[in-house]
Design a protein around this ligand. Structure first.
Ligand code: SF4
Length: 234
């Protein structure tokens, strides 16, 4: 299979992907059955492509679409509490044109940034299997290749995003420190990309599990994203 040469080709391939039978069945079941609060809406119910600049200085790597968030709206981190946190923070630090992301036609633009996930389909319990993560890795590889000329910083949201970014960098032949850098909030590693060094920054994922418990606070998220924003060229 020939690999995409533009972001538009990549996105077209992603949204038609049916490589993981369990995730295809789950994303479509959720889209049919819906949550009562969204009963009148037409769910996206497909893989969710990356969102934002096609020549980003900053790449944000999350885990996977949420069943009633991105799997409903068709845009990463849109329509759920995690996204409310993420886009509000991005707006505070100058990476987003508005503090909210509610749907594909809300006018939101990211400033020098692109958001994607390691797995593009909503998984049951937010837990993709190892095989599903491996199935989806070629899409991440393609996206990293296509944006690598401009990327200066990668922010990984959560340990799975961190591992996915490191693995993708290694597969692409980038220089990755050994032993493997450990994930943590504020963790960092320098990756040697084909167009120069890229800073990998870790952040706790803005999931409700982290934000409700105070493990991740707004200043903590602003700190990591603000650092990334200050490093990228406008
Ligand atoms: Fe395709 Fe990735 Fe969705 Fe699996 S998770 S069906 S590989 S887009």
């Amino acid at each position: 299979m020939s690999r995409p040469t533009t972001i538009a080709e990549l996105d077209a391939g992603i949204v038609d992907c049916r490589r993981c039978p369990r995730l295809v069945a789950w994303r479509e079941k959720v889209a049919r059955e819906k949550r009562a609060a969204f009963a009148e809406e037409t769910y996206w119910g497909r893989p969710v492509p990356g969102f934002g600049s096609t020549e980003p200085g900053l790449l944000i790597v999350g885990l996977a679409p949420a069943a009633h968030g991105a799997n409903r709206t068709g845009r990463m981190f849109t329509g759920d509490r995690s996204g409310d946190w993420l886009y509000a923070s991005m707006h505070r630090v100058g990476l987003a044109s508005q503090p909210t992301s509610t749907g594909l036609d809300d006018g939101l633009e990211l400033i020098g940034a692109r958001i994607l996930s390691a797995v593009r389909c909503a998984p049951p319990d937010n837990k993709p299997s190892t095989e599903e993560k491996e199935n989806c890795a070629p899409w991440l590889d393609d996206e990293l290749r296509l944006v690598s000329p401009s990327v200066q910083v990668i922010v990984a949201l959560g340990a799975i995003g961190w591992d996915a970014a490191l693995r993708a960098a290694r597969r692409a032949g980038w220089t990755v420190p050994k032993p493997k850098p450990r994930f943590g909030h504020g963790a960092e590693a320098i990756l040697g990309g084909p167009h120069g060094d890229v800073l990998l920054l870790g952040s706790y994922h803005p999931s409700q599990q982290n934000t409700f418990t105070g493990r991740l606070t707004e200043p903590m998220l602003d700190d990591v994203l603000g650092r990334a924003a200050a490093m990228i060229e406008p």
